[in-house]
Write a protein of this length. Structure first.
Length: 647
């Protein structure tokens, strides 16, 4: 919640003296032209006396009132002079008037309106002047009478007036023009009596930012674009006029826009408006009208010219520099290692989660994307390590090189000056038959980098409706970029398949999805792993953008022997098993061997015996049946007699 710096006046404010003199003068003039006490039904009926007075006024016969007003000439001159002097002294009222850019006449009307709202006695006088006990606020006609023909009077609250541009007052939009009531917004009165609460109509997530020493001498309107939110804000406050800034997401309605202008005026703040998609016509017009405020319009992408305010502006492009050592230390402490290549925006988000997770930088980074992409992807918390992966040595080396590539990006791209091509991200393709360890390798890679793995749910991502697939993928990539996670596309050929010759609308939009994915891969700075059983179906444009392609072969005999060993747990009772025979006789993948071993374990637990060749043989049978493979009993060699022995 925004808190506004305010001051409180200990004595009756000087600026109210002018209002009191104006009200006293007009009330005296009214009394001179009227007879008797105020009618309790004033405004509800028109009697003969009221009609006669009205006829006299229309005929220009108001000598009593004119004489009464003339008697106050000296008092009015003194009050105006004192009021003029009070505007040069710091007070809640003078600061607001100066912030709104009000001139003498505008300030006088504003003072009258505020003074009436502050005191019921003045409201009773206004009711008397209005000749209506129900009307305790001034109307446009009342203002005209109070200030006379030599003063702009009601013109200072016209639609294009400074008071209206600053959203300090409003005029009722119904009834005859003369009878329309002029109202000061309640937030203004609260500010004048010393309340620093932010305007209740402000959009959510409003914050403030301060310019650095030496900044604040920039342009009155800047337009800033750039990928990193923090860098955009830094560019905005350093190049826009002002020392303190109200940072606000682009309001969605007129009331919220008015609240932004009013809050900035009361607090003498500049305004940074963060635009997600486009600046609305209403927003553009507000910025055009409220030219007493410095503005910055910031967005990720460059906004088209027709959306920008019709007043001079200066374009700025924010960089995307990684946080400096000083920024890192200020956010997380000097002893926190720079183990993650966070952007400036990500660093700010991690800093908020860092104390909540006990100072665990890895956990804080994982929190970045938590909950944001769960609808479209399944989160996998990495638990297994390199020791759990059985692959040929050269394939393991390729995987470790991928991890090293991610860890050392800051050094190579930042310190050594190499150019990322096309981005600083890491994109890999894992290809091989089902069950050869592609998903496991992605999990281990994520765990080694202290990141979480998100496995894309293609059923949730791919939509039959045109444009929805791209929209879903946009959410995934944006959330993943914020959370610094590993994106895992299983069965990648469904999304990354070859583009086809366009023969109908379906082909055209399928090719558009492929082109969109290519574009996002080029700009994504995180880790993307694609897994496929059919690498030949992957579009060659994707293959050109890969940093590594790792083939996952069906394991050889020695690797199958290691898989059998690792999947018969050390704490499990095992007796007389021939792992050499199982590894040499049956060609299975790393996904099938654990299944067979687990089935054998349950069979043994049910029988109350150790895991033996009998349970392992039956476990293999069940796995072969599931895979649709018919294996004759003779293939089990010396153990053929055990086939079906326990089942």
């Amino acid at each position: 919640m925004v808190k506004r710096a305010v001051s409180r006046e200990r004595t009756a404010p000087l600026w109210t003296a002018l209002a009191d003199t104006l009200l006293l003068r007009e009330a005296t003039a009214c009394r001179a032209s009227r007879t008797g006490d105020l009618d309790p039904l004033a405004g509800l009926r028109i009697d003969d006396a009221t009609a006669a007075r009205t006829i006299a006024e229309l005929a220009g016969d108001g000598r009593e009132a004119a004489e009464a007003r003339a008697a106050f000439a000296g008092a009015m001159d003194q009050a105006r002079e004192a009021f003029r002097a009070s505007l040069s002294e710091p007070s809640p009222f003078s600061l607001v008037a100066d912030g709104a850019g009000l001139d003498q006449a505008e300030s006088e009307v504003f003072a009258l309106l505020c003074a009436i709202d502050l005191d019921p006695s003045r409201q009773r006088l206004i009711a008397y002047i209005n000749d209506d006990v129900t009307r305790r606020r001034p109307t446009l006609h009342t203002i005209s009478r109070l200030f006379g023909p030599d003063h702009p009077g009601p013109l200072v609250v016209s639609a294009d007036s400074r008071l209206r541009r600053a959203a300090l007052v409003d005029v009722a939009d119904h009834g005859p023009w003369a009878d329309r009531t002029v109202v000061v917004h309640p937030t203004v009165i609260w500010a004048l009596v010393g309340d620093g609460s932010g305007d209740p109509d402000l959009p959510a997530s409003v914050t403030t930012a301060a310019a650095s020493e030496g900044d604040g001498q920039g342009a009155p309107l800047t337009v800033v674009s750039g990928d990193d939110r923090i860098r955009r804000l830094q560019a905005a406050v350093s190049t826009t006029t002002g020392s303190m800034f109200l940072v606000v997401p682009a309001p969605a309605d007129a009331a919220a826009w008015a609240a932004v202008v009013r809050e900035a005026t009361l607090g003498r703040l500049s305004v940074v408006v963060e635009v997600d998609d486009e600046l609305s016509l209403e927003g553009r017009q507000v910025i055009e009208r409220a030219d007493h405020l410095p503005w910055a319009v910031v967005s990720r992408h460059e906004l088209p010219v027709d959306q920008l305010p019709r007043r001079p502006w200066v374009a700025q492009t924010a960089g995307a520099e990684r946080p400096s050592d000083q920024e890192w230390a200020a956010a997380l402490g000097p002893d926190t290692p720079r183990s993650h290549p966070l952007s400036a925006e990500q660093l700010g988000l991690v800093a908020t989660a860092y104390p909540a997770v006990g100072g665990d930088i890895d956990a804080a980074v994982r929190r970045l994307a938590a909950g944001r992409i769960d609808r479209l992807a399944r989160r996998v918390r990495p638990e297994r390590t390199w020791d759990d992966l059985v692959l040929p040595p050269d394939r393991l080396a390729q995987l470790r090189e991928l991890a090293a590539r991610y860890r050392n990006r800051a050094t190579v791209y930042g310190g050594w000056g190499f150019r990322p091509s096309p981005s600083a991200g890491v994109v890999a393709l894992f290809a091989g038959p089902s069950g050869t360890g592609k998903t496991l390798a992605a999990e281990i890679l994520a765990g080694d980098l202290a990141l979480e793995l998100y496995k894309l749910d293609l059923a949730a991502v791919v939509s039959k409706y045109i444009g929805e697939t791209e929209k879903n993928l946009d959410q995934v990539f944006d959330a993943a970029a914020a959370g610094n996670v590993v994106l895992f596309f299983d069965e990648a050929d469904a999304l990354f398949g070859k583009r086809t010759e366009v023969s109908d609308a379906h082909d055209r939009y399928a090719n558009l999805e492929t082109a969109y994915l290519l574009q996002r891969l080029e700009s994504y700075d995180g880790v993307v792993v694609m897994a496929t059983n059919l690498s030949k179906n992957i579009d060659t444009a994707f293959l050109r953008r890969l940093h590594a392609m790792v083939e996952f072969p069906v394991p050889e005999e020695a690797e199958r022997r290691r898989l059998w060993e690792r999947n018969l747990m050390p704490d499990a009772p095992v007796k007389d098993v021939d792992l050499d025979f199982l590894a040499g006789q049956f060609t299975l993948t790393g996904g099938s061997i654990p299944n067979a071993a687990l089935t054998a374990a349950f069979l043994a637990a049910e029988a109350g015996t150790p895991i033996t060749m009998a349970t392992l043989v039956l476990g293999l049978q069940r796995e072969f049946q599931k895979l649709g493979r018919l294996v004759p009993a003779a293939d089990f060699g010396p153990y053929s007699g055990l086939v079906g022995a326990t089942g």
